[in-house]
Ligand binder design. Structure first.
Ligand code: ADP
Ligand code: MG
Length: 224
């Protein structure tokens, strides 16, 4: 059984009388521990695809199955539980709570999970190299450090799958490379699957598979 499977996923948007088809029959399966890169031009539908896979955007047609459960065929409550138990999301703009410290930001998902949140948050912040920044507010951290905090927050509940939507998009190339390496290294250690949206096609060799989103479908890049 695959970790997550999308079958014939369609999603478009209607604004006024105008209709755009964004996803036009996507099929994709991701196995435990796999690292997948999604490329494609701006507006191609990469974020929409990630949202549908992550339970954040219901497909108009087709299904998304997470470990055998139809993600959009269960109650909101069950869906939230399934998502919390299996996946997490990293955003381009970090999405940290500005009034909370690094430690507190990372604790939030663990509080929901009912574990010893502070100790777990400290451990995972040490893994991302921020053991010395526990009490800093996001505004007191560099962009690269803020993204490390959001990686720690994404990993604290030991998800099976991490989505990262242009996680290096707001960073310079040196920090961006370091963040991408860290994300791959930590998810490899944990055997966590990873789906990353990136513009940097040179990263393709770091992953198991690379897809380009184009014309509402996905094409697998074949490396020579
Ligand atoms: N909530 C929405 N309402 C209307 N149009 C949307 C919405 N979300 C995305 N779109 C449109 O869908 C297309 C794909 O968007 P998106 O998935 O964000 O692309 P990408 O992440 O590849 O840049 C774009 O044309 C965008 O404007
Ligand atoms: Mg996007």
């Amino acid at each position: 059984m695959s970790l997550i499977t999308a079958q014939n996923v369609h999603r478009g948007y209607t604004i006024g009388k105008k209709r755009i088809e964004v996803l036009r029959g996507i099929d994709l399966s991701i196995e435990a521990g796999e690292k997948i890169f999604l490329c494609g031009p701006s507006g191609a539908g990469k974020t929409t695809l990630m949202y549908t896979l992550a339970g954040l955007e219901r497909p108009e047609q087709g299904t998304v199955t997470v470990e055998g459960t139809n993600l959009y065929g269960i109650s909101k409550n069950k869906q939230a539980k399934l998502r919390n138990a299996t996946m997490s999301y990293i955003f381009q703009n970090f999405n940290l709570m500005p009034e909370l410290t690094a430690l507190e930001n990372v604790m939030i998902p663990a509080l929901i999970g009912g574990r010893d949140a502070a100790a777990a948050a400290k451990t995972v912040l040490e893994r991302v190299g921020l053991g010395h920044r526990l009490d800093h507010l996001p505004a007191e951290l560099s962009g690269g450090e803020q993204q490390r905090v959001s990686i720690a927050r994404a990993l604290i509940n030991k998800p099976k799958l991490v989505f990262a939507d242009e996680p290096t998009g707001n960073l310079d190339s040196k920090n961006g490379d370091q963040i991408m390496q860290l994300l791959i290294e930590l998810t490899t250690e944990d055997n966590t699957a990873l789906v990353v949206v990136t513009h940097d096609t040179s990263l393709a060799t770091l992953g198991d598979r690379t897809y380009t989103v184009v014309d509402g479908t996905i094409e697998q890049q074949v490396s020579l």
